[in-house]
Design a binder for this molecule. Structure first.
Ligand code: ADP
Ligand code: MG
Length: 293
């Protein structure tokens, strides 16, 4: 299987501080790929750079250095037309579904926007049947969700509407950024099952989460991110079953506390220790960790 999305030594440095004089390396030399029909989990605590990676893949934020390729093409080289084409195939759904809707408009306006941008010549009846099919795919009843305002729908319904919108496009790759975290337990399993079905239909998914148990449940491969640096990666079974990096081990040791949020302060430590961290080395088949040899 060839890579659908590839990150090649991607780094993101934000300018911070009152005059933009400070520099914060949010993502540091990250390399990985996602193939079709595969779920890759990106796991790390709050502030570790997960959303920045998702945003860079969707070209919502440029890379500072390195390259991101979609089916072998560098996305930074895309002009407007090619970028619109890219968004036909690559979409993101983010943590807070409410922020993706304008409260002034009915929630299904997101579908009209897709039609205007991508399918202006599709007739109304055909379009309606496509919407109904995509709602069905995410287990939403059109009668319950169409013509409603965002505040009349639950977080889970809004989340699934966003996935339904993405399904109207020729979706091949989805960034799912903490989409489960804010859902209640009963909806969580529905959305996880939906992602499983999308994967079975050949979609590549980057599943971003701070919750190890969710990553374990859904993904084929896992990357553990710590302060912008990948400290361990490999098949999920290997990373969870035979963790090699002390940080991965400490995360797993904290599993009984998984359902309490990581507290603030965990990310305020110095970003770079004075000693150079060990390089990523192969510790097993397809299993890499930043450990001293
Ligand atoms: P995560 O999604 O893992 O919580 P983020 O990618 O949102 O992490 O953030 C990584 C780091 O980059 C954090 O320290 C955050 O404060 C910082 N950051 C994120 N976005 C910006 C921005 N637009 N400007 C400056 N710093 C940012
Ligand atoms: Mg985030």
């Amino acid at each position: 299987m060839s890579a659908l999305v590839e990150l090649d030594a991607c780094t993101k440095v934000y300018r911070v501080g009152s005059f933009g004089s400070g520099r914060l390396t949010a993502v540091d030399d990250v390399t990985f790929d996602v193939r079709s029909g595969e779920v890759v989990s990106l796991i790390g605590e709050s502030g570790s750079g997960k959303s920045t990676i998702g945003r860079m893949i969707l070209r919502l934020s440029p890379v500072t250095s390195g390259a991101i390729r979609f089916k072998g093409e560098d996305i930074s080289a895309f002009g407007d037309r090619r970028l619109a084409e890219y968004y036909r195939h690559a979409q993101g759904v983010f943590q807070d579904p409410f922020s993706s809707y304008n409260p002034v408009y009915k929630a299904d306006r997101v579908f009209a926007l897709v039609k205007n941008a991508y399918f202006p010549h599709v007739d109304g009846a055909t379009w309606r049947s496509r919407i109904e099919a995509s709602l069905e795919a995410v287990s939403l009843d059109p009668r319950q969700v169409l013509h409603k305002y965002p505040h009349q729908l639950s977080g889970g319904q809004l989340q699934r509407l966003l996935v339904a919108r993405a399904l109207l496009l020729d979706l091949e790759f989805l960034v799912a950024d903490e989409i489960i975290s804010m859902l209640d337990a009963s909806t969580r399993i529905d959305v996880l099952n939906l992602l499983g079905e999308l994967k079975a239909n050949g979609l590549g998914i980057l599943f971003i989460t701070h919750d190890l148990s969710l990553g374990n449940y859904i993904s084929d491969r896992t990357l553990i991110l710590r302060r912008g640096v990948v400290v361990e990666s490999g098949r999920t079974a290997d990373v969870f079953g035979d963790p090699r990096h002390p940080y991965t081990r400490s995360l797993l040791a904290a599993v009984p506390h998984l359902h309490t949020k990581w507290g603030p302060g965990t990310t305020t430590e110095a970003r770079h220790s004075p000693t150079t961290p060990p390089a990523l080395v192969t510790v097993g088949p397809g299993h890499l960790a930043r450990v001293a040899q």
